[in-house]
Design a binder for this molecule. Structure first.
Ligand code: KIV
Ligand code: NA
Length: 275
């Protein structure tokens, strides 16, 4: 299994980092089998698994529950868990208590927090306490309400400058990696070149040190529309819908179960049963 220092080395060696989200045991097993370098238990689970329309309702208990399942499915992969909405803002003490739970109770290896200079003191405290941190800048979904929705960030020079500064601050605070979400590819490339820690992009072009996508988006699983930056490598909605429709048809028409799915009682036992 990789460690935080391996990701720094991967950047130095220009080897791309593969990150994918997972929220449960089977997905975690598949991510590990696919040799993902890191699994993210993202708070995107609020949308793709729990059916909320944002990540705001996701709780510590939700993250703990899903991270435990992911750990059971991927015992040999580096696991990052999102700190959910407002779990790293109230005080440094609350941040440490919550992050400790996410690490100790689930067996995950690192936490991820959204935001730049507003959370650097929290990143510092976590790292000082021994919890590796992934920072997350650009489109930070927990802040969508104040950002004015889910939009590309850092498009003008001033916003880009702020993002570049925040990225430096996150590195200085001790984050070992930085997720860049929905930023212009030129800005992502500039930030990537300016940092020693690896950047992991989502909607940030090809020049980041790694990529992350949401499991359900890659597979077209449950989701209907996907953002522009997603590549859909499969459409399992179709396979699942067809299979469930076939099952319903066969039950209704007495075609399932067949002989091979049924258990048999010996003739003499039947005779004894009915005298
Ligand atoms: O929650 C999530 O899935 C994420 C990724 C999109 C980076 O934070
Ligand atoms: Na997230």
């Amino acid at each position: 299994m990789k460690q935080t220092t391996d990701f720094l080395k991967m950047k130095a060696d220009s080897r791309k980092i593969v990150m994918v989200t997972a929220y449960d045991y089977p997905a975690a097993r598949q991510a590990e089998q696919a040799d993902a370098d890191m699994i993210l238990v993202g708070d995107s689970l609020g949308m793709v698994v729990l059916g909320y329309d944002s990540t705001i309702p996701v709780t510590m208990e939700d993250m703990l529950h899903h991270a435990k399942a992911v750990k059971r499915g991927a015992k040999n992969t580096f696991i990052v868990v999102d700190m959910p909405f407002m779990s790293y803002h109230l005080s440094i003490r609350d941040t440490l208590v919550n992050a400790t739970r996410l690490i100790q109770e689930t067996g995950a290896h690192a936490v991820k927090v959204e935001g730049g200079d507003e959370v650097v003191d929290h990143i510092k405290a976590l790292v000082k306490g021994g919890i590796p941190v992934v920072a997350h800048l650009g489109l930070t979904p927990q802040l969508a309400a104040v950002l004015g929705g889910y939009k590309v960030q850092g498009k003008d020079a001033e916003a880009a400058k702020k993002l570049m500064k925040d990225a430096q601050e996150c590195q200085k605070a001790g984050a070992f990696a930085l997720v860049l979400e929905c930023v212009p590819k030129q800005l992502a490339a500039e930030i990537t070149g300016s940092l020693n820690i690896p950047t992991i992009g989502i909607g940030a072009g090809v020049q980041t040190d790694g990529q992350v996508l949401v499991y359900h988006d890659i597979l077209t699983y449950g989701v209907e529309r996907v953002p522009k930056f997603v590549k859909q490598y499969a459409n399992i909605n179709e396979g699942i819908s067809n299979a469930l429709a076939d099952y319903a048809f066969e039950v209704r028409n007495g075609l399932f179960p067949e002989e091979k799915h049924s258990f048999n009682m010996k003739e003499e036992e039947l005779a004894a049963l009915y005298g």
